[in-house]
Design a protein around this ligand. Structure first.
Ligand SMILES: [Zn+2]
Length: 438
C-alpha cells in the first residue's frame, strides 16, 4: 500500500499539472485551442480587409519544380504539390502578395546572385502577364488599393538577401526600377556589410556600406526588411533608417527563442519606427521548442563540417525527434505577443508558404487565412484591429516609406552615391546557415 501511495502521488501530481491551466488569465485568454470553424462574421470581416502576406516563395518553387514555366505548372488550376495557386489565393481572400525573388546564399560565392535574382523577377513578371484577370504587378500602395478594388491580387516583389545587389548601389537602384519593393538585408549567411541571425557576426550590425544601403533604400522607397538578420543588425538598421522597416516573415523571440525571431526590445523600437513584424507560420519559428532545436542543429553543424553530411544527419535527427504539432493558435499567440509589446499597429502576416517544409494545422496553404481572422475574433479583437493585422498595418508602413522617399527626392540631404560599392563580395566564414531558405 505504501509503495502504491508513493507511486500514485507523483503520477497524480504530474497529471494534475498537465491538465490544469497554467494560470486563470492564460486560460481566459485561450479558451479553445481545438479546430476552428470560420463563421459568417469572420468571413465578412475578412472580405472587408486588404489581406497582405509579406513572403511567399512560389517563384523559387516554380523554378525547382516547373522549370519556371507556367505552362508546365499552370497555377490557374489546383496544384496540390504546391502551397500556392490562384484558386486557393482566391479562397484565402488574398489582396496583396509579396512574391519572394529568393536565390540561394551560395550564389554569392560564384557571383551568379544578380543574374539569378533577375531571372526570379522575370518569373514574377511573366506570372502576372500570364494571369491578367487574377494578378497585377503593384509598385505603390495606390496600386495595391486600385488592383484590389478591381478584384485582382496585387503582386509585389521582395528580394531575400542583400547579396542579390552584389555590393552595388547601382544594382540596388535597378532592382527598384524592375519593381522590387523590399529587400531582406541578409539571408542565412553574414555578408561583408550585414550580419545574419544564423551565421557568425562580422560587423555586430551593419558596416558603413550597410548603412549606405539602408539610406539608399530609404531614398528610393524600398522597404528595409529585418527578417533573417541578427538582432544587432535589426537594432542598427532601426537606428539609421528614416522610414518604417518590416520583418517580412519573422515571429516573436520571447515565445520561441530562435535567432530568426524578433526580440522584445526590437519590437518596442519597431513600434516607435512605425514598422510591422509579419508573423512567419513555420512550426520551428513559432513553437517554444524551436529555439532549443536550433541550438542542437548548431552543435551538429560543428560535428559534421561537410554540408551534405550535416544535412543528412539533421534530416535523420528531425525524423527521430519530431516537433509537437503546431496549429493556427500558436501563430496567433505570436500576434498576441507582438500586440502586447509593440501594439496592434505593428503586426502583420508573412506566411513563408512554399518556402517551408511543414505548416501548422489549419494553415496548410494560401486558402487558410480566414481561419486566422476567426481566431483573432475569438480572442476579442475588433473588426478595425483585425483589418490592421491582416494588411492595414503594412499598407500604412509602405505609404510612410513612399512619403519619406518623395521628400528625399524633392530635397536630397546629400548627393546620392553614384556607384557606391562596398565589401568586395567577401563573405565571412564558410557557413551558409542551415542549408534551408525559410
Ligand atoms: Zn526566409
Amino acid at each position: 500500500m505504501v509503495r502504491l501511495v508513493i507511486l500514485v502521488l507523483p503520477v497524480v501530481a504530474i497529471l494534475g499539472a498537465l491538465t490544469q491551466p497554467r494560470s486563470p488569465a492564460a486560460d481566459a485568454k485561450k479558451p479553445d485551442r481545438g479546430p476552428v470553424t470560420v463563421s459568417d462574421e469572420a468571413r465578412r470581416i475578412h472580405a472587408a480587409a486588404i489581406v497582405v502576406d509579406g513572403h511567399n516563395d512560389l517563384p523559387w518553387e516554380m523554378r525547382e519544380k516547373g522549370g519556371s514555366s507556367f505552362v508546365k505548372i499552370d497555377i490557374a488550376r489546383p496544384q496540390p504539390r504546391l502551397m500556392t495557386d490562384i484558386p486557393r489565393l482566391r479562397a484565402g481572400g488574398v489582396g496583396a502578395q509579396f512574391w519572394s525573388v529568393y536565390v540561394p546564399a551560395e550564389t554569392e560565392k560564384d557571383h551568379t546572385a544578380v543574374a539569378k535574382t533577375l531571372e526570379q523577377i522575370d518569373v514574377v513578371r511573366r506570372m502576372v502577364k500570364q494571369y491578367p484577370n487574377d494578378l497585377e504587378l503593384a509598385l505603390t500602395v495606390a496600386d495595391i488599393e486600385r488592383i484590389h478594388k478591381e478584384g485582382k491580387i496585387a503582386s509585389l516583389i521582395g528580394i531575400e538577401g542583400g547579396y542579390s545587389i552584389d555590393n552595388s548601389l547601382g544594382v540596388l537602384r535597378m532592382m527598384y526600377l524592375l519593381g522590387v519593393r523590399y529587400m531582406t538585408l541578409t539571408h542565412t549567411a553574414t555578408l561583408a556589410w550585414a550580419d545574419s541571425a544564423t551565421d557568425e557576426p562580422k560587423n555586430h550590425g551593419l558596416s558603413k556600406f550597410g548603412e549606405e544601403v539602408v539610406a539608399e533604400m530609404n531614398r528610393l522607397g524600398m522597404l528595409v526588411d529585418i527578417s533573417h538578420v541578427s538582432a544587432d543588425t535589426m537594432r542598427h538598421a532601426l537606428r539609421v533608417t528614416r522610414a518604417p522597416v518590416i520583418a517580412s516573415h519573422s515571429s516573436a523571440f520571447a515565445i520561441d527563442p530562435h535567432p530568426r525571431n524578433v526580440p522584445d526590445d526590437v519590437l518596442k523600437t519597431v513600434a516607435k519606427n512605425g514598422g510591422v513584424i509579419m508573423v512567419n507560420f513555420y512550426p520551428e519559428f513559432i513553437l517554444p521548442e524551436g529555439g532549443r532545436r536550433y541550438e542542437i542543429m548548431k552543435e551538429m553543424k560543428k560535428q559534421y563540417p561537410e554540408e551534405k553530411d550535416y544535412l543528412a544527419a539533421m534530416r535523420q535527427w528531425r525524423k527521430e525527434n519530431p516537433l509537437p504539432p503546431a496549429t493556427v493558435h500558436h501563430v496567433v499567440d505570436h500576434i498576441d505577443h507582438i500586440v502586447q509589446v509593440a501594439g496592434v499597429d505593428h503586426v502583420g502576416l508573412g506566411s513563408d508558404f512554399d518556402g517551408i517544409p511543414s505548416t501548422p494545422r489549419q494553415l496548410e496553404d494560401v486558402s487558410t487565412y480566414p481561419v486566422i481572422t476567426q481566431v483573432l475574433l475569438d480572442r476579442g479583437y475588433t473588426k478595425e484591429q483585425i483589418i490592421k493585422i491582416l494588411g492595414g498595418n503594412l499598407l500604412r508602413a509602405m505609404r510612410k516609406a513612399e512619403e519619406v522617399a518623395a521628400k528625399t527626392k524633392s530635397n536630397p540631404p546629400a548627393p546620392p552615391p553614384v556607384s557606391g560599392r562596398g565589401g568586395g563580395g567577401v563573405r565571412f566564414g564558410e557557413s551558409s546557415g542551415e542549408g534551408e531558405r525559410y
